[in-house]
Design a protein around this ligand. Structure first.
Ligand SMILES: [Zn+2]
Length: 84
């Protein structure tokens, strides 16, 4: 399973992840740091942008909004529902 994002898109998302990471570090937000770190690991492994639940691609628009996103819109809304 590999993402279909272009190298250019991946480079841009990596920059976003790094800048969000700096913000999370400044805020002391450990959970956010872990999510961003996991996203960077997936990016290096060529798995960035795939839903961790169903394996579908996460839309570039969603990734642009939240670069550490781990779920596609469908799985995200299911997760949100079960959160109450
Ligand atoms: Zn999904």
């Amino acid at each position: 399973m590999s993402s279909s994002l272009s190298a250019q898109q991946l480079a841009r998302f990596r920059q976003k992840l790094e800048s969000h990471m700096a913000t999370a570090e400044a805020a002391g937000d450990k959970q956010q740091q872990q999510q961003l770190q996991a996203a960077m690991t997936r990016l290096r492994a060529g798995e960035y942008g795939c839903c961790l639940s169903c394996g579908e691609e996460i839309s570039a628009a969603k990734l642009a909004h939240s670069p550490a996103a781990e779920l596609c819109n469908d799985c995200q809304s299911l997760a949100d529902d079960s959160d109450g």
